[in-house]
Design a protein around this ligand. Structure first.
Ligand code: SAM
Length: 393
């Protein structure tokens, strides 16, 4: 995994300095945390730094740059501080990087010094909820707040909403993809209040459940959180919200975007519905899953603006954003192309051929970042079945 990291210097205390974006970051020497098979294991670092999360941080910088030329951020769960430092160096924000772990706090302080940010970025060592709850009383407007926990963000969302300004941004990571994709249905019910079912669009289901839960909790404090970009990547979800501190906006958002997905396990049919009711159908195994987020998973205008930059520093983030843009206007959950052809016992043509066919028939259709075997389309599933059943064998 070393090839993700550009090591600038080895320090004599078993740390190294790496470059990420435009920031120099001191991290524990990755060479010391190798598994027996030689692969570096970031989870073993005494202070958390995961090179695989660079895309997540690149997108954070890009989206924040789109909204603010200056402003104030809080990174509530900082690790080495890399994200906050990049926000200061690359997006010009001032802010706070917090971590409850004294060793992480030490790395954060050293990294602030290394990047000469002592006048712009302040290291804190508090439990995140207590920092966020107390911060509300400082009167300082937080323009961007970042939650990047181990596992679920649910333990932090109630306090995270409090210090947000009238119009701010919130970035949230969730790595509890097991419960969210229904591998642990009990945990899904406990943590997210949803009795889940194994579907062929489990990754999208998890994102919709996550978004709804965060929006619902914020609405309880009269804050409307609207997802402007969200995605699933390897083992985590990420959602960026714009916030609006207004009871009527919070109400409107929930009223429009809280709903369910009706799902038939016999033939993968699905429909987005507003109420949890079974539909008149021949389906023997019907489920109604939710509540969950039934509106779009992001804002095309914001993502279009993000792709205007030509800075090669963000090339991976740009091509990823372009992928999300392709599918953003198709709100139906993706279907698994291989499963549908399997259902009809037909040989699959290349996925691009099938997508082209859907487009020729006048439907929107695209691949999806959620799954290489998935297709998003505004055609109904029954229509997709019809096309496949008449496909030459
Ligand atoms: C996933 S890491 C953060 C990584 C970092 N944001 C990045 O981009 O590299 C989560 C961090 O949260 C810290 N942490 C865990 N629980 C916390 C709490 N209740 N309050 C503050 N920090 C906490 C851990 O010490 C850890 O460094």
């Amino acid at each position: 995994m070393l090839f993700f990291m550009q090591i600038l210097e080895k320090l004599d205390n078993n740390d190294v300095i790496i470059m990420e974006g435009l920031a120099k970051i001191i991290i524990p020497n990755p060479e010391r945390y190798k598994r027996p098979d030689g692969v570096i294991e970031p989870a073993w670092f005494p202070v958390f730094y995961n090179p695989l999360m660079k895309l997540n941080r690149d997108l954070t910088v890009l989206i924040v740059k789109e909204f603010y030329k200056r402003g104030f951020f809080i990174e509530a769960l900082g690790g080495t501080g890399v994200r906050g430092i990049r926000l200061a160096v690359e997006a010009g924000l001032e802010g706070i990087i917090n971590d409850v772990d004294p060793l992480a706090h030490r790395y954060i302080r050293r990294n602030i010094r290394l990047n000469k940010l002592e006048d712009k970025v302040y290291p804190y060592m508090h439990e995140a909820n207590s920092l966020l709850n107390n911060f509300t009383f400082t009167g300082i407007v937080v323009d961007y707040l970042d939650l990047d926990p181990y596992g679920s963000p649910i333990p932090y969302i109630d306090s995270a909403v409090k210090p947000l300004g009238r119009k701010s941004l919130l970035g949230v990571t969730a790595t509890d993809t097991g419960p969210l994709t229904c591998s642990h249905p009990g945990k899904m019910l406990r943590r997210y209040g949803v009795r889940c079912v194994d579907t062929d669009f489990s990754k999208e289901l998890g994102l919709r459940v996550l978004i709804y839960n965060l929006v619902f909790r914020a609405a309880g404090q009269d804050v409307a959180l609207k997802p402007i970009m969200s995605y699933s990547y390897k083992y985590y979800y990420r959602v960026f919200f714009s916030s609006d501190r207004k009871a009527s906006s919070a109400y409107k958002l929930l009223d429009e975007c809280r709903g369910y997905i009706w799902y038939c396990r016999d033939n993968y049919d699905r429909k987005i519905v507003r109420e949890p009711v079974f539909l008149e159908s021949k389906c023997k195994h019907q489920h109604v899953i939710g509540p969950l987020w039934i509106c779009k998973l992001g804002d095309k205008d914001v993502m279009d603006k993000m792709t205007r930059t030509t800075d090669p520093l963000y090339s991976e983030a740009l091509s990823f954003t372009r992928k999300l843009i392709e599918e953003i206007d198709i709100n139906n959950p993706y279907f698994r192309y291989d499963k549908l052809f399997g259902y009809h016992r037909k040989n699959m043509p290349p996925i691009s051929v099938f997508i082209e066919k859907l487009r020729e028939l006048g439907y929107k259709a695209s691949r999806t970042h959620f799954d290489p075997r998935g297709i998003k389309t505004d055609a109904s599933l029954i229509e997709v079945h019809r096309i496949i059943s008449s496909w030459p064998s």
